[in-house]
Design a protein around this ligand. Structure first.
Ligand SMILES: C[S@@+](CC[C@H](N)C(=O)[O-])C[C@H]1O[C@@H](n2cnc3c(N)ncnc32)[C@H](O)[C@@H]1O
Length: 225
């Protein structure tokens, strides 16, 4: 995981609060304490007979080592997984197709959107894309540039942006920092935004996140998927 030095943190915090946003609201996310990303993945593999798994961003294999499946590829430029590359470098030469893709690399809007679009291109029919860290509870946890160790980044913006895409059907499951659920099928609930994506602030997220992300709980998830 990226190390942040103290001076960097202080500088980024002051910069963010002065020039980008300073908003104190805090969200009480309702993440269950006994259901995590590996449980969701295990459920999907069993239910759909999935064989091929791709994870973008593996860190210390906290998740990668728990995924039991026939074939798994883990991409990370620094540690974990089994391919030492950035996601961009991996996707630029990849010819394989996957049933289930877990995106958890660099947590910025631009990179996550790119990772999702590249994942859609190598997703098998009936496959699913999962995106970690979609539900930050505070401005600090989603600020880019980063100034907090526990960091979701602005992954949420990639979900909000693609909720407007007609060809992707997207929900967000309220577990484990918020997991985006993306299927390659007609969008059954196109998000209508009244602002441009680049002008969205955390305050907008705070006031609208259930609608923006189309939040469902784990029971609703299991009814749908
Ligand atoms: C939050 S950690 C992943 C945690 C892991 N997936 C889990 O479930 O616990 C993020 C990882 O993304 C990696 N990363 C950063 N930039 C990346 C990129 N451009 N492509 C792929 N991985 C990246 C980092 O090296 C880091 O190990």
């Amino acid at each position: 995981m990226e190390k942040l030095n103290k001076l960097n943190k202080i500088f980024n915090k002051i910069y963010y609060n002065l020039f980008i946003e300073n908003f104190k609201g805090k969200i009480q996310n309702n993440f269950p304490e006994n259901y995590y990303r590996w449980d969701l993945i295990k459920y999907l593999i069993k239910k759909n007979g999935y064989k091929d798994y791709l994870e973008i961003g593996c860190d210390q294999n906290q998740l990668f080592s728990k995924v039991k499946i026939d074939n798994k590829i883990g991409v990370d430029p620094v540690s974990g997984g089994n391919i030492r590359k950035t996601s961009d470098a991996f996707f630029s030469s990849n010819k394989d197709k996957f049933d289930i893709i877990f995106i958890d690399g660099l947590h910025t809007y631009v990179q996550v959107k790119k990772d999702i679009i590249n994942s859609v291109k190598c997703l098998k029919e009936n496959g699913i894309i999962l995106v970690h860290d979609c539900m930050p509870d505070s401005l600090a946890k989603q600020a880019v540039p980063r100034f907090k160790m526990k960091w979701n980044g602005d992954v949420w913006k990639a979900i909000v942006d693609l909720r407007q895409n007609e060809e992707l059907d997207i929900y967000t499951c309220e577990i484990d920092e918020g997991i985006g659920i993306i299927k390659k099928s007609k969008n059954s609930d196109i998000l209508k935004l009244n602002k441009s994506i680049n002008s969205l602030k955390f305050k907008d997220y705070f006031n609208n996140y259930r609608n923006y992300l189309r939040v469902i709980d784990i029971n609703e998830f299991k009814e749908k998927f």
